[in-house]
Design a protein around this ligand. Sequence first.
Ligand code: HEC
Ligand code: HEC
Length: 124
Amino acid sequence: MRFFAASLLLVLPLCAQDKGGRRPPGPPTNLKVLKVATGPEVIQIMRTYTAALGVKCDHCHVQGNFASDDNPKKEIARHMIAMSTNINTNFLDGKVHVTCFTCHRGDVEPKLAPEAKPAAPPGL
Ligand code: HEC
Ligand code: HEC
């Protein structure tokens, strides 16, 4: 729902400018790693990214232009998508076991080790 509210704000100025503005989102024009064809499919995947990293769309995107590659985080994310696909194809059953969330757990920077726990009581 929040996306649709946001897209209204984006689409209005775009309509005045060029072909880009459509509701629901039009087909993607600049995909280099994802293998999907429609706007709604892309948006569904993007929602998994925002949830996995605990960020908003503009962490990886230039505000108001999703096709632009000017935000360097987008290219990092492309590497992450390719890396995740690579990890999954190396599982014996070929199924998806690793997603962005598996590592990120709602954080931009995944943890390397568990949070420090209080020291064990003496005698244990
Ligand atoms: C973690 C980074 C990241 C976040 C967060 C993210 N995106 Fe993306 N987005 C990407 C990447 C990377 C691509 C390009 C994928 C490719 O090259 O196959 C992309 C592509 C897109 C595209 C296709 C643009 C085109 O025309 O090619 C749309 C639309 C889009 N994102 C919308 C969103 C929306 C809406 C959100 C927030 C709900 C969002 N993105 C959040 C990384 C992100
Ligand atoms: C195997 C673990 C792992 C998986 C899976 C993974 N990431 Fe990451 N990601 C990391 C680590 C570790 C970092 C921090 C080091 C770095 O930036 O290279 C990171 C950093 C990033 C960053 C840069 C963060 C910033 O703002 O500085 C983005 C964006 C990102 N990941 C997106 C994704 C997306 C999208 C996916 C799923 C397609 C994903 N990651 C899957 C481990 C992972």
